[in-house]
Design a protein around this ligand. Structure first.
Ligand SMILES: [Ca+2]
Ligand SMILES: [Ca+2]
Ligand SMILES: [Ca+2]
Ligand SMILES: [Ca+2]
Length: 428
């Protein structure tokens, strides 16, 4: 009859005298002993004969304590096939420390495994290239700092088989632009292309082509991530950036981004600015339907209208150095698209204390209307005298009590700077 220590402990709780008697009998009471039982649980063991990221095997090593005493500091030991590697960082996040500096690897999380409990470690093994059909073996074992009942059940082997992998499959997952809106003339933005090889084989001669929309140019041909070289190609009329992968594009790459820094305008069409990235490879692919994607931003075309308003005290039509600002003499300046009536939300400008104003306007042909304060003893001075930087550009006015002056039609272009100056002369 075998009396387990658990049973003995249970007995001791209820029948102390008997328990002592049982434990005291050496023939009947087996001493409590730890006993690790090692087991492989293979998850993915067919690997690409080409090696690389396609030759990753996934296995789980399990150590169960089938003994009756806790097993301290359980450690796994692995003897991988020659040339295999693993990344210790992969298991660090789960509390494991793996030493892969020797031919045999050791991994421990330092924990104690109680009777009936188990510890499991997921292992990614990267195998070297091999021959189709060949199998290779990996041995594993578990150890504990606690003496064990038996060591016969502490190890096992698992096998990996080399197969022909699936073809490559390059995919452009997404194209995104940062910022996603309100990109203005000459403001830098980034086109980010995320791609991957979701097939089973490395893709060779991978290129990514991004045609540049009208008025868009590259600030830099540095793709921002290693492993790529980008160049400007195509014609002047239809330029494109083509980025070439420096080496074979393996499956599951660490760097699967390209980031191009571009600028648009002036003169790019106002509104959506779209980029399409198309990937290509000389390798056979599972699908080419996933090789292109597009994304974009919103281009915001805008120019400025500015000018100076002053009091032309000597009425000569020129803004002289000693003549004062018209700040406080002009109520508002509005900018009306040619051929339209001013709406409630017509763009308006206001003078600062120096008599200057500046407003941002969508490109178009505008007339500037200037409204002197009601009843001010001023009229608009004679326009277009001498240098345009010191003249008045108000060419006509109603001349009544609620006087309104207007400019000629002025064209505001994307990123352009139009000027309408305003001279008020004292009424003689
Ligand atoms: Ca054992
Ligand atoms: Ca593809
Ligand atoms: Ca003057
Ligand atoms: Ca002027």
């Amino acid at each position: 009859m075998v009396i387990t220590s658990t049973f003995a402990r249970t007995l001791s709780a209820f029948l102390p005298g008997l328990a002592v008697a049982v434990l005291a009998a050496p023939a009947a009471a087996a001493p409590a002993r730890a006993d690790l039982e090692f087991e492989w649980r293979p998850e993915s063991t067919e690997v690409s004969y080409l090696g690389g990221m396609g030759a990753r095997a996934y296995v789980q090593a399990v150590a169960t304590n089938v003994g009756t005493r806790a097993a301290a500091r359980v450690t796994f030991h692995f003897t991988p096939p020659a040339g295999s590697t693993m990344d210790p960082a992969e298991n660090e996040q789960f509390g494991w420390t793996c030493d892969t500096s020797a031919a045999a690897w050791a991994c421990t999380n330092g924990r104690t495994v109680g009777p009936g409990e188990f510890e499991a470690l997921n292992l990614t093994v990267l195998l070297p290239a091999g021959t189709v059909g060949d199998t290779v073996t990996m041995r594993g074992s578990a150890s504990t700092a606690t003496p064990e009942r038996t060591l016969r059940n502490n190890s096992g082997a698992t096998t990996f088989r080399y197969v022909v992998p699936r073809p490559a499959d390059i995919t452009v997952n997404s194209v995104s632009v940062v910022p996603a809106q309100r990109v203005k003339a000459n403001e830098r933005f980034e086109v980010r292309i995320e791609l991957d090889n979701i097939g089973g084989s490395p893709a060779h001669d991978v290129t990514v082509r991004v045609p540049l929309p009208p008025a868009v140019r590259a600030v830099s041909l540095d793709p921002g991530y290693p492993g790529w070289s980008c160049a400007l190609t195509g014609t002047d009329a239809e330029p494109a950036i083509v980025c070439a992968r420096d080496s074979a594009y393996d499956v599951s790459q660490l760097y699967n981004l390209l980031s191009l820094t571009l600028v648009a305008g002036p003169g790019a069409p106002d509104g959506p600015l779209t980029f399409t990235a198309t990937a290509d490879t000389s390798s056979p692919e599972e699908s080419t339907g996933n090789n292109a994607a597009d994304g974009g931003t919103i281009y915001y075309a805008e120019g400025t209208m500015s000018g100076r308003a002053w009091l032309d005290n000597d009425r000569d039509g020129r803004r002289d150095a000693d003549e004062p600002t018209a700040y406080g003499r002009i109520g508002k300046i509005e900018f009306v698209l040619e051929g339209t009536e001013p709406d409630w939300d017509v763009p308006r400008g206001h003078l600062d204390e120096s008599g200057a104003y500046s407003v941002r306007l969508k490109p178009g042909r505008y007339v500037a209307n200037a409204y002197p304060m009601g009843g001010a003893p001023y009229e608009f001075t004679v326009p277009d005298v001498g240098d345009d930087t010191t003249d008045s550009d108000i060419i006509g006015s109603t001349g009544d009590y609620y006087n309104r002056g207007w400019s000629a039609v002025v064209e505001v272009t994307d990123a352009g700077e139009a000027v309408v100056d305003i001279g008020l002369a004292p009424i003689a």
